[in-house]
Design a protein around this ligand. Structure first.
Ligand code: NAD
Ligand code: MN
Length: 492
């Protein structure tokens, strides 16, 4: 990870580049502190609450670090720091704001190995995914919105844009650093400052990112990271000086936020749950589709809001498709997230594992047929075998509700209309997939599916230029692309 010779580092970054370039590969150990305070106004502080919580490694239940719990008073200090910083940040030339974002993007690339390892240790996802998907996308998101910072007049021609102000951002545990990037990059590009709360089980990469903010010379107070659980999030939502709430997480909390801020004039964007359908037509390239189905539901242990959690397969090919799918499932390796061969890592927390097991029991009680691969799963840590349910009907709980784990339901259909009717028959509308050789079927799905995102002949592909978000109970607002700037600006 030497600095690329084509890049001339800023003077402020030279020290950081040297530090990482000088250390031999083998000694670049992952250094975590014993405890992490709250990152407010550019420095780490002890919480006024005096409270700390544990961040565990879900793969072996060991303690990784203690993390501060922010009280209402701590939240208030962070919001005040962000408010003070916002006035200067807004006045800074847009090009300079862009440079700060470019520096963050480059330092994330520099420290990508460390960030990938910590992401996998703290959250349980396979290292192959943090290394090849999460962290590269984090950098891509900062690069992309860095580019918009001084081009807002081209994004919104003839309109004057002003920032919203201080944004409160609350993120989940499934893509910790990536959700941070989705939230912080557009907010800063548009001239806002932020107070961001990571999820309680996965705060560590956000806190390492706080260190990166200092190395990147982000002005103090522009980015504040406060840790804690639901009560901390509630204090942030209620704070009167917060002008916008960005939330990704459960539909239940999303609904609570909508009620809590009703009538306050706060802007909001909500990215909530999903129960995406993955539709396989008889003319699809079946072997490729099997891989696509595996990726759609088992990527990140199924802790994916846009997962392809419902397989809809055309009756004429369903038998052979299921045979191939089960065969492929039986070869998935469940285990140590830090092993490069691992396909399915650890379930994020004991409570999430409990929730998934409850859903599996509900599926069995509803009369569904279960298939699990025979590979053993580690006995220590939180693990779940990849699971398939056949003989389900549309009204079954396991078909209607988001499980957020490695559990796939299988239904069959005869006609495209039947497939789309089933695909649309849940309260959610986030994602969908369609596998076919026929463009006409892709177009039909594109126009009839009630979902914010539709993939054809692929699944779970993300790009910063592409807007992402849901309809129905999956949320409001878009993140990514030009659309992702709307929640962070006022247009005049
Ligand atoms: P959650 O919605 O409770 O947590 C998400 C974030 O919101 C966390 O940072 C949490 O601390 C915070 N939070 C919790 N209650 C809050 C409140 N009242 N006000 C403000 N912030 C609050 O999700 P969970 O309990 O960790 O997971 C439960 C289920 O939610 C999962 O099984 C899954 O179905 C769904 N989920 C969806 C996503 C997604 O990406 N859409 C992410 C996480 C969880
Ligand atoms: Mn953890």
């Amino acid at each position: 990870m030497k600095p690329k010779s084509s890049q001339t580092p800023d003077p402020s970054m030279a020290e950081t580049f040297l530090k990482y370039a000088a250390a031999p590969e083998s000694t670049r150990q992952i250094r975590l502190r014993d405890q992490y305070g709250l990152f407010i106004d550019g420095t780490f502080r002890k919480p006024e609450s005096g409270q700390w919580m544990d961040s565990l490694n879900p793969a072996n239940e060991s303690l990784l670090a203690k993390v501060a719990v922010a009280s209402e008073q701590d939240v208030h200090r962070a919001v005040q720091a962000a408010g003070k910083a916002q006035k200067k940040w807004q006045k800074m030339p847009a090009r300079e704001r862009g440079k700060v974002l470019y520096r963050l993007a480059r330092l994330i690339q520099e420290r990508s190995r460390e960030l990938s390892v910590i992401e996998s240790m703290d959250g349980g996802k396979p290292i192959r995914e943090s290394r090849d998907v999460d962290i590269p996308l984090v950098a891509a998101w900062f690069f992309y919105y860095a580019g918009w910072a001084d081009k807002l007049q081209y994004a919104f021609p003839g309109r004057e844009t002003t920032p919203v102000g201080v944004c409160g951002q609350i993120i989940p545990w499934n893509f910790p650093l990536l959700m941070l990037a989705w939230k912080i990059a557009p907010a800063l590009a548009a001239g806002n400052t932020v107070v961001l709360k990571p999820a309680e089980t996965t705060s560590l990469t956000a806190l390492v990112f706080a260190d990166i903010c200092r190395d990147a010379d982000v002005p103090p107070g522009v980015i504040n990271i406060i840790t804690g659980a639901a009560a901390t999030g509630q204090a942030l939502v209620h704070h009167p000086e917060i002008k916008k709430i960005a939330f990704t997480g459960s539909t239940a909390v999303g609904k609570w936020i909508q009620k809590a801020i009703a009538g306050t004039g706060k802007k909001y964007s909500l990215e909530l749950g999903g129960k995406g359908a993955n539709i396989i037509f008889e003319d699809a390239p079946l072997d490729q589709a099997v891989e696509g189905v595996i990726n759609a539901i088992f990527f990140n242990q199924g802790h994916v809001c846009c997962a392809g959690a419902r397989l809809l397969v055309q009756e004429s090919v369903s038998e052979s498709f299921l045979r191939k799918l089960k065969h492929r499932m039986s070869h998935l390796i469940v285990g140590d997230p830090l092993d490069k061969n691992t396909d399915i890592g650890a379930i994020n927390s004991a409570s999430q594992l409990q929730r998934i097991k409850e859903y599996i029991n509900i599926g069995l009680a509803e009369g569904a047929q279960m298939y699990q691969s025979h590979e053993t799963v580690p006995s220590k840590g939180y693990f779940c075998s990849p699971t398939l349910f056949t003989d389900v009907s549309q009204s079954n709980t396991v078909v209607q509700e988001e499980i957020f784990g490695p559990v796939l339901t299988v239904q069959t259909f005869r006609t495209p209309s039947e497939a789309l009717e089933k695909a649309n028959n849940t309260p959610y509308g986030l994602s969908g997939g369609v596998w076919t050789d026929k463009g006409s079927k892709i177009f039909q799905a594109g126009s009839e599916i009630q979902a914010g995102v539709l993939w054809s002949n692929t699944f779970n592909k993300f790009d910063p230029t592409s807007p992402f978000g849901g309809v129905k109970e999956s949320g409001v607002g878009r993140e990514g692309g030009l659309h992702g700037l709307y929640p962070y600006i006022n247009l005049r």
